[in-house]
Design a protein around this ligand. Structure first.
Ligand code: SF4
Length: 469
């Protein structure tokens, strides 16, 4: 099956350009666009395309909403808390609009992929001009040009299989790191997850389009490229590309250039031995695998509709450790899933001891309206969830500290990301295992690669000294 592909519509882009040019004449400067992102890497990648589009239509980018003539809020729906936070931020824009009635406020992303949130914005946020679904930046020119022309407020629902648009300009936040989406949507319907309901069915970009984008990035000097998808291991399924994800990884790593290749997110049921072989055999591919296990209990994994068992999961981890002994492994864990007993939770603690992850991203289960798990009867009490969450973190911190201490004295190539977030006197960067190292680095610039020896480790940080630039 061939994915539906569409192109940008120049008539709408030109209509907006007319407005931005006229604004420029009237105000002796271009109108400004503020793009705000909540949520995951996929949303960050979508926002880079929204920013690229706004610039191509004549807007300058600004990092303050107060100075903008166009505000685009790219939202997340992964947890109730994230949505509430986003709605309170949008609420604050009421005052900016009161100051400048010409301001356009657009909301997109997963939160507005849900009908009840679109209705809420329509009824209770009259200063929001339009909304459009996630992964659909190509809709912006039409909606913006129609609203600028005095059109009514619009709240666009999501589609089952939104088309793929390849010719969208991208404004990248970083010069040395880049996101490259390889697929959109998800068909897995894990019972706790809202993504399949808001991002639609899986659609894979054509391999040649992905390779062309990576080649362009490599030629532009980008040093670290992450291939993105809700479940990258489903790449190429139901297409006539004859290219699954491990093949794509090999083909992309053949592109000329000095860059590291990463990918996220993998689903354990679709992560293959062929993928692990590609990690082991392709020099450019980072020796790191993020493999979300979510729970250590087969009973809970079944209630989550995850389609793998703890044993099949561990089999893949053991194979990875055999093929790539120093690979870093990270995971996601949900605590307090409906029906989780103390025994189930102890099984989760057990898989932490067996898997010995470098680090985990852990979450307290949050019911998502519209998902099957939210309707399950045996919801766990808040204090039980918090108590289990604390025990989980305590155990994982012990493991992470032990693993970090094993790295003292070892040397790694580190790509400098800039000033350390924990101490401005230092720089920080990532190893090919996606471990963050803090170091002193006079004369070292963002994007430089340095050889470092690990001199000290604690639970959350590695510290190093430069051996050579
Ligand atoms: S794989 Fe599961 S958790 Fe991940 S996006 Fe798809 S439905 Fe959500």
């Amino acid at each position: 099956m061939q994915e539906k592909k569409i192109s940008l519509q120049p008539e709408y882009i030109n209509a907006v350009k007319k407005y931005t040019e006229a604004y420029g004449v009237a105000h002796a400067r271009a109108p400004r666009a503020f793009v705000q992102t909540f949520g995951c890497q996929q949303n960050e990648a979508d926002s880079e395309r929204l920013a690229g589009l706004a610039k191509s239509m004549g807007y300058e980018l600004t990092d303050t909403p107060e100075s903008a003539q166009l505000i685009i809020v790219n939202t997340c729906a992964v947890r109730e808390h994230a949505e509430k936070k986003t709605l309170s931020v949008i609420g604050q824009y009421k005052h900016i609009k009161a100051e400048d009635p010409e301001l356009i406020i657009a909301v997109c992303g997963c939160m507005v992929g849900q009908e009840h949130r679109r209705n809420e914005l329509k009824m209770r946020y009259p200063y929001v001009d339009f909304t459009f679904p996630p992964a659909s930046p190509q809709m912006l020119p039409k909606l913006l040009s129609e609203r600028l022309a005095g059109g009514r407020r619009v709240f666009v629902p999501g589609e089952e299989r939104p088309p793929i648009c390849e010719d969208i300009p991208v404004h990248r936040e970083s010069k040395h790191r880049a996101w490259v989406s390889v697929m959109y949507g998800c068909n897995n319907f894990c019972t706790y997850c809202i993504v399949p309901y808001v991002r639609g069915r899986e659609r894979s970009r054509a391999p040649e389009d992905i390779i062309a984008e990576v080649r362009g990035l490599a030629e532009a000097g980008v040093r670290d490229i992450t291939l993105l998808g809700q479940n990258v291991n489903s790449y190429g399924k139901n297409t006539d590309f004859d290219c699954d994800f491990s093949t794509l990884l090999r083909r992309v790593s053949e592109v000329d250039g000095d860059f590291r290749l990463r990918f996220m997110t993998s689903h354990p049921k679709d992560a293959t031995f062929a993928l692990i072989d590609a990690i082991a055999e392709c020099d450019k591919v980072a020796k790191h695998l993020h493999l979300p296990v979510q729970s250590g209990s087969d009973r809970i994994l079944e209630r989550m509709n995850r389609h793998y068992s703890v044993e099949s999961y561990m089999e893949k981890l053991d194979y990875l450790r055999a093929r790539v002994p120093d690979a870093a492994v990270t995971s996601d864990i949900i605590v307090g899933f409906p029906g989780e007993t103390e025994e189930d939770f102890l099984a989760t603690l057990d898989i932490l001891r067996r898997a010995r992850y470098d680090r985990i991203f852990s979450f307290i289960y949050s019911p998502r309206r519209g998902t099957p798990a939210a309707e399950m009867e045996d919801q766990i009490a808040g204090e039980v969830k918090s108590e289990r969450f604390a025990r989980l973190i305590e155990l994982q911190n012990e493991i992470t500290l032990e693993k970090n201490r094993e790295l003292v004295g070892k040397t790694f190539r580190v790509l400098c990301d800039g000033v350390s977030r924990t101490n401005e006197k230092y720089l920080e960067g990532r190893t090919e295992h996606d471990r963050i190292v803090i170091f002193e680095g006079e004369g070292i610039a963002i994007g430089d690669t340095v050889e470092l020896e690990i001199t000290k480790a604690d639970t959350f940080n590695l510290f190093g000294k430069i051996l050579e630039k």
